[in-house]
Design a protein around this ligand. Structure first.
Ligand SMILES: Nc1ncnc2c1ncn2[C@@H]1O[C@H](COP(=O)(O)OP(=O)(O)OP(=O)(O)O)[C@@H](O)[C@H]1O
Length: 883
């Protein structure tokens, strides 16, 4: 039998050993086959592939790379940097210059564009490599069933998702990412989120079928697609497409992946777009003003273009990428925090509200059973025994890749008490689901022929709502509303002690062969409660203290009982205030929901969608919101937040969806991450403040001088060379570290506040320029010298000096690093030296510059002293306490 070769690197379904070469298919092509036909076609079986066969297929088909991980090639990266809006505007200005045959301006603009694109794409390549290395530390794995050789029994083991091949048998559990396109062979209560593919926000049920229904290409229930994630239940599936052949890859290629706008987009992009509008307006304004006042025509165009270029912070993308990449690398090395998406570092610094789940974040998620009691509150080991039967068979029949900690705790306690869940036979299971908040197993009791017993355990409210009776001392009594309320009060009292309570109920049903569903879980008999204690995380209290000092408000959004959550808060020194429940907020949305949770610290009994709704409402109300969680129930909220944070041990889908991964499950790492974010944002803010205010000042002065003088205040080439010097100096901000003042509060870069700031400082800068003109007039008059070249040189020198002063005075923090001058003071000094020497050097005449008289330098020193004093005063008013 000849084996069909698939195209290398595609991961397409290989043809069947006995099938002709053209029988290759993606997930949908095999959808109409029965599982057996499909397995035969894929030369696989229910026991999975052998390791050797899997290696052969991997070498032939290539890796199963998820589209989001593709690294762009150099040319693609370069082209992408050309698409940057600043670059696009510069290119347009270059074209305009070329059209009016202003070749000098066009050449300088081309150099500017080339340099910024090379710097940006190499910066991105560097950041991309660093990010890939960081991502590797949190590599995504899949549980695959393979055999060492043909005769050996299959073994389940974790492998990197990239190593999956067509024909592999994969196990899925809650929180797993579907690692490739799969055909389900078995499933138990399986539901998947496939919003990335279909946009549907609620989980969709998936199950195995022998005879596939004819649903066309829509959404076959027996296929799970890469990019979706398991919301609840478990399953086993056969890989039918990997890598570029998955449906996700096709959708990704067609649409690209768009994420909701985050705080970074709102601030940095907001500022960038405002500037671009200014830049586009500048040339026509200059032309019109010169035509109206001086009667000049199109000959002013190169000057107008140069003024617009002068306003452009071309290095913005380069400085942003380099600053964030440096901050992220340092945070990974020293803070144990991996930033997977660079802008998330800015968002960490800007975070105003951090929403947390409770279990595993404030607590250790190592619950221990403290007692088990009957419905009357009397000790009853029988309740624990039934809970253990439920836990054992749910885990066993659902083939969950990772057991639940509550189930493990119940099994450990029952084992210690000598209970044996294996005395019962398991029939079916409905695994735990954070929306239902309960789990169920169906078992056969020893000696009870023709009877199936349903064992249900879960949150007290949800189990009690399904109970018709309560058992005490072997006798069943009807459960009315008053008794239910009494039981819930008892539960609330127990949770006040910090305990987590699981209600346990059973029901006998006539044995049947059909599937069990959620609707079967009614008319149960409550047996009692198992109380568990989950110790607090040792570092949580300190970490919450640090966050409070840094001005980050913390909110707990938990699936747990309000009492347990409130007690945990109190024990950690956090005032829980009025504890809300998600049920009470169900009718609220948007601003009303944000207002309701604004004053609260705890919202309990949250389903996954509630957590996401609350996070989205806070964001919608203008709060930069982070979310930290590690469970399946946290995934929608991780996506909804400006910055999603998860510990490294979190379920796969949480780790994959998060922007920031904590190497250890330690809340103190958040404090370090927030600090790193604020240092990076501080550097960016300083860069923007300085660049934009001096650019604006120069442009205003140039416009005014252009109208007052009979000649151009600066030649286009001079404007551009000066701009090149500024750009090079400003790269120093990527290496800078601002002072600790930035740690005091959230550091969002708000476009409006920025524009106000740069207008004030731009005007001060323009005033310094006007003072320089006056000084120059005095100097020239005294020296009896004159000429355009001298004017240009004098202004060139002044501009570089004022820029150097602004860099020193509008930046926060120490000027030295370990006793040596920091990068920004060095760059400022270099600017001053160039400003002083270039007009005097042989390059001066080539650029149309001639040395000003010595008196000018003395007067310039006085202007600079006044300028420095004005800057320092304005700084005290607009940047209080930043030193
Ligand atoms: N394996 C399980 N079997 C039965 N019931 C469970 C199981 N795990 C959790 N529960 C119940 O469901 C409730 C909600 O669980 P969920 O996992 O949504 O949140 P949580 O772990 O309590 O809190 P957090 O949202 O802070 O992580 C729990 O308080 C518990 O009562």
């Amino acid at each position: 039998m000849a084996e069909t070769d698939a195209a290398p690197g595609t991961g397409r379904l290989p043809g069947p050993r006995e099938a002709p070469a053209e029988v290759t298919a993606g997930a949908a092509d095999g959808a109409a086959l029965t599982p057996l036909q499909l397995m035969r076609r894929l030369a696989s079986g229910p026991r999975g592939l052998t390791e050797a066969e899997a290696d052969t297929r991997l070498a032939r088909d290539g890796e199963n790379t998820v589209p989001a991980w593709y690294t762009p090639t150099w040319p693609r990266r370069f082209l992408r940097s050309l698409r940057d809006p600043f670059t696009a505007v510069l290119l347009c200005l270059g074209l305009v210059s070329a059209a009016v045959a202003s070749w000098g301006t066009a050449c300088v603009i081309t150099v500017l564009v080339g340099v910024s694109c090379v710097l940006r794409s190499s910066g991105e390549a560097h950041a991309g490599r660093a990010m890939a290395a960081l991502r590797e530390m949190v590599a995504t794995t899949a549980t695959v069933q393979r055999r060492p050789d043909d005769d050996a029994a299959p073994r389940a083991r974790e492998i990197p998702v990239e190593e999956l091949v067509v024909g592999d048998v994969v196990r899925l559990g809650p929180g797993d990412l579907v690692p490739a396109d799969l055909r389900l062979l078995r499933a138990s209560g399986l539901t998947v989120h496939q919003a990335t593919l279909t946009g549907e926000s609620t989980p969709v049920a998936k199950y195995a079928v022998d005879d596939p229904p004819d649903v066309g290409d829509a959404d076959p229930p027996h296929l799970c697609f890469q990019g979706s994630s398991v919301a609840s239940g478990s399953g086993t599936g056969l890989v039918v497409a990997t890598g570029a052949d998955t449906r996700f890859a096709a959708a990704y290629r067609a649409l690209g992946r768009r994420r909701a706008e985050t705080a970074f987009d709102r601030s940095v992009h907001g500022i960038a777009w405002t500037l671009i509008r200014f830049m586009l307006l500048t040339p026509p304004l200059v032309l019109m003003a010169n035509a109206a006042v001086r009667g000049r025509g199109l000959e002013t165009l190169p000057f107008a273009v140069a003024v617009a270029v002068g306003l452009t912070p071309e290095m913005l993308p380069v400085v942003v990428t380099a600053t964030l990449a440096r901050g992220a690398a340092r945070l990974a090395a020293t803070g144990g925090v991996i930033v997977k998406r660079l802008p998330a570092l800015h968002d960490l610094g800007a975070m105003q509200v951090l929403c947390l789940d409770k279990t595993g974040t404030l607590t250790q998620d190592r619950p221990v059973v403290e007692r088990s009691v009957d419905a009357r509150g009397r000790p009853d080991p029988g309740v624990l025994r039934w809970a253990a039967v439920g836990s054992f068979w749910t885990l066993e029949l659902a083939e969950l890749p990772a057991p639940d900690t509550l189930d493990e705790a119940v099994l450990a306690a029952a084992d210690e008490a000598g209970a044996d869940p294996l005395a019962h036979d398991g029939v079916a299971a409905l695994p735990f689901d954070p929306v239902r908040r309960l789990a169920a197993a169906v078992v056969r009791r020893p000696g009870a022929l023709g009877v199936h017993t349903l064992v249900v355990k879960g949150a007290a409210e949800d189990v009690l709502a399904r109970c018709a009776r309560a058992r005490s001392d072997g006798a069943d009594t009807a459960l009315d509303d008053a008794e239910r309320a009494r039981l819930l009060d008892t539960v609330a009292r127990e949770t006040d002690e910090g305990l987590r309570l699981l209600a346990v109920a059973v029901a006998d049903r006539p044995a049947r062969t059909g599937e069990y569903r959620e609707c079967d879980l009614r008319g149960l008999t409550l047996l009692g409660f198992v109380a568990l204690r989950d110790a607090l995380a040792p570092t949580a209290a300190d970490a919450l203290g640090v966050l409070a000092r840094r001005g980050v408000r913390v909110k707990i959004l938990t699936g747990d009982h309000p009492g347990t959550a409130a007690r945990a808060c109190r024990d950690l020194g956090l005032d829980p205030g009025e504890v809300l429940t998600a049920g009470a907020l169900a009718q609220l949305d948007g601003p009303a929901l944000a207002a309701a949770v604004d004053g609260a610290t705890v919202v309990a009994r949250c389903a996954p969608a509630d957590k996401a709704r609350i996070v989205a409402a806070l964001r919608g109300a203008g709060q930069v919101t982070g979310f930290l969680g590690d469970g399946v129930n946290d995934v929608p909220a991780l996506h909804a937040a400006d910055v999603g944070i998860t510990p490294r041990g979190a379920v796969t889908v949480a780790r994959e969806g998060a922007d920031v991964v904590l190497a250890e499950k330690d809340l103190t790492a958040i404090g370090r991450a927030v600090a790193a974010g604020r240092y990076s944002s501080g550097s960016l803010a300083a860069y923007l403040r300085i660049t934009l205010s001096s650019n604006l000042g120069n442009v205003l002065a140039m416009l005014g001088a252009g109208l007052l003088l009979s000649f151009l205040p600066m030649l286009p080439a001079q404007v551009l060379v000066q701009n090149l010097c500024f750009d090079a100096a400003q790269l120093a901000f990527a290496l800078d570290r601002p002072g600790d003042g930035v740690l005091r509060g959230p550091a969002a870069l708000r476009p409006r506040a920025f524009l106000r700031f740069i207008t004030v400082f731009g005007l001060i800068n323009a005033a310094a320029d006007v003072a320089t003109f006056a000084a120059l007039a005095v100097a020239l008059h005294t020296a009896g010298a004159g000429g355009e070249e001298v004017f240009h040189a004098a202004w060139f020198t002044e501009n570089l000096f004022t820029q150097a002063l602004v860099m020193l005075l509008l930046r926060a923090g120490h000027l030295t690093v370990r006793g040596r001058p920091g990068p920004v003071p060095c760059a400022a000094a270099a600017l001053a030296v160039i400003g002083l020497l270039l007009p005097l050097s042989p390059l001066g005449p080539a650029l149309g510059l001639a040395a000003p008289p010595p008196l000018y330098y003395a007067l310039l020193a006085a202007v600079l002293a006044l300028y420095g004093t004005a800057l320092a005063a304005a700084r005290r008013r607009y940047l209080p306490g930043t030193r």
